[in-house]
Write a protein that binds this ligand. Structure first.
Ligand code: C2E
Ligand code: MG
Ligand code: MG
Ligand code: MG
Length: 291
């Protein structure tokens, strides 16, 4: 049932390719202009409903198409944006763009939910909830279409703020997901108080499922914890059939990873989601590929 990736694979400009201070400064200058030069784009990776194999939604992942370096990995520019105060601006663009995309897909008749990644810095912005409310309102979409992903580590940075802000997001009606779960040492009593809907098992545990008894134990513990707290559980980074089978047997609700698809452009994922759907897909393909 695994489909081939719909996205072209890009050779990323990776963290290990950074050469000293000069590179850093140059890249920072370029990043300041990237938004206005329209070099940023959201890619989308399908989230698969484990029992049915259907695509239920997609995670929005930021891409920077740099004019000379090519695609720059978010592993480089997200931390840079956080450090130099650019993340608020980038984050606001992501929120608006993801909501615009959710609306466009809805208008095409696709039922695709969209997950947005939020950084710790965004959680500390008092305007976050109203910004999300504005975007929902501008694009006239149901909050049920949007999930906010917050890493376990950033959720733990300032517990009081997290509880307050997630409460505001919950009141808006958007879903809340705790990302990279298992890497951030959260206390269980505290986790219970968060209005979260979903835990995402970190890729590092998924990676070792077939070879490490410990990784299997941790993954199963996360699944059981999620069930006990009435949360959905998603596995990220699923690359092999073996991992897929183990995670399904454990009772994971959703799966994400290269086995199903790599992150891809909005158009590519719309085509992917429409596969085998007849006339509507034909019309969309015609509109996308018109000369
Ligand atoms: P994340 O939120 O945990 O996203 C999952 C990452 O794993 C993505 O990397 C995705 O491409 C990658 N991935 C998914 N499936 C597989 C797989 O099967 N194998 C492997 N090896 N990798 C897989 P990406 O796109 O490079 O993003 C890295 C991180 O950058 C994200 O981790 C997220 O923390 C951050 N990020 C990306 N976009 C945004 C954004 O718009 N805002 C913020 N604040 N952070 C973002
Ligand atoms: Mg994420
Ligand atoms: Mg993740
Ligand atoms: Mg991760």
């Amino acid at each position: 049932e695994a489909k081939a990736s719909g996205g072209a694979s890009h050779a990323f400009f990776e963290p290990r390719m950074m050469r000293g201070k000069r590179d850093q400064l140059e890249l920072l200058q370029d990043l300041r202009r990237a938004l206005s030069l329209k070099q940023l784009e959201l890619y989308y990776q399908p989230k698969i409903h484990a029992p049915s194999g259907e695509i239920t939604g997609a995670e929005a992942l930021l891409r920077w198409n740099h004019p000379t370096r090519g695609m720059v990995s978010p592993g480089i520019f997200i931390p840079m944006a956080e450090r130099y105060g650019l993340i608020t601006q980038l984050g606001s663009w992501v929120i608006d763009e993801a909501c615009r995309q959710a609306r466009e897909w809805r208008d095409l008749g696709l039922r695709l939910k969209v997950a947005i990644n939020l950084s710790a810095h965004q959680l500390r912005q008092p305007s976050l909830a109203s910004e999300i409310a504005d975007a929902l309102n501008t694009h006239q979409i149901n909050p049920d279409l949007i999930t906010c992903e917050i890493t376990e580590t950033s959720a733990m940075e300032d517990v009081a703020t997290t509880v307050r802000v997630l409460g505001q997001l919950d009141a808006l009606g958007v879903h809340i997901s705790i990302d990279d779960f298992g890497t951030g040492h959260s206390s269980l009593s505290y986790l219970r108080t968060l209005p979260a809907d979903e835990l995402k098992i970190d890729r590092s545990f998924v990676l070792d499922l077939e070879t490490s008894e410990d990784a299997r134990k941790v993954a199963l513990a996360v699944v059981n914890l999620a069930k006990a707290l009435d949360l959905k559980v998603v596995a990220e980074g699923v690359e092999t059939e073996g991992q897929n089978r183990i995670l399904r047997d454990m009772g994971c609700d959703q799966l994400q990873g290269y086995l199903f698809a790599k992150p891809m452009s909005a158009k590519a994922i719309a085509l992917w989601a429409m596969e085998d759907e007849g006339p509507r897909a034909m019309a969309f393909r015609a509109s996308v590929f018109k000369p």
